[in-house]
Design a protein. Structure first.
Length: 282
């Protein structure tokens, strides 16, 4: 697995030992540092076995724990970034197996929703459907369904904006499109220039109009946009479900940190550690 400086990978010590990776140079260094942090001289595998990996994922991605980090301003955090050395000292609650399972189940549900989000038809894939017929935008200009105002040699701005029944291509000098009887056409062109073909931004209108492809009739444009709305609604529904699940995880994480440590798990930790961990968070 490749991970750059912006990616942090969490692997249980039990899994590393089982894979025979514990003697790798980099892992040996992390193991030594982790033993110092936990004050445990022997194998960390029995300790890692007490924590469900998805429970840890729920905790470290929760606003609850990130607020803790922000309030305590631990060394190694800046501008919303949290570095590996901070995660090593993160106070993970020794929650009961039942509580961990509840959070793990919610994490599974979130991941399932993200997989669904990743597998859905994207806007670009939909627009590339070979069954959709396109024609040159200039046909609409010739019929005056679409009207251009400004200097055709002005470049299209970084983000064309639909405002006041105009699609503003550039503010200075003011360059825009109007379609008084076909507002759906302006919406389509905004979508085309901002999401489907943003590479046309920075080109002149004279050049872009020779490249822009539009469904050949206004009715076809309306059908295209209706399909786009369906795709966006599906995405919004998935994201709404994800947000609901994340809220439930927040509730569960907060509850876990308000509860007492799991006694059986703490006995295993205390036997392995040379310091008393009963009074605080492990």
């Amino acid at each position: 697995m490749f991970a750059n400086h912006s990616v942090q990978v969490v692997v249980p010590w039990k899994a590393l030992e089982a894979a025979g990776a514990i003697e790798e140079k980099g892992i040996k260094t992390v193991l030594r540092e982790s033993r110092q942090v936990a004050d445990i001289a022997d194998s960390l595998s029995p300790i890692s076995d007490l924590f469900e990996l998805r429970y840890l994922l729920g905790v470290i991605n929760s606003r609850f724990i990130r607020n803790y980090l922000a309030v305590n301003r631990l060394e190694g955090t800046r501008e919303g970034r949290i570095y590996p050395d901070v995660w090593k000292r993160l106070p993970i609650k020794v929650a009961s197996t039942e509580r961990q399972a509840e959070i793990a189940q919610l994490v599974d549900a979130v991941q399932a929703q993200y997989r669904q989000l990743a597998s859905r038809t994207t806007l670009a894939a939909f627009a590339a459907d070979p069954t959709i017929v396109y024609s040159d935008v200039q046909a609409y200009l010739i019929r005056l369904d679409l009207r251009f105002f400004g200097d055709a040699e002005s470049t299209i701005a970084e983000k064309p904006l639909l405002r006041d029944e105009r699609l503003v291509l550039r503010r200075q000098p003011l360059t825009y499109l109007e379609a008084p009887k076909a507002p759906e056409l302006l919406r389509y062109l905004e979508l085309y220039l901002t999401q489907l073909h943003p590479e046309l931004q920075g080109r002149t209108w004279a050049e872009a109009r020779r490249r822009i492809q539009v469904p050949p009739t206004l009715e076809a444009v309306r059908r295209f946009l209706a399909s786009v709305d369906t795709l966006l609604a599906q995405e919004q529904e998935i994201r709404k479900t994800i947000e609901t699940l994340l809220q439930q995880i927040e509730v569960q994480v907060a509850a876990a940190y308000q509860e007492a440590h799991d006694k059986d798990k703490m006995q295993i930790i205390n036997r392995a550690s040379s310091k008393d961990t009963s009074g605080g968070l492990f």
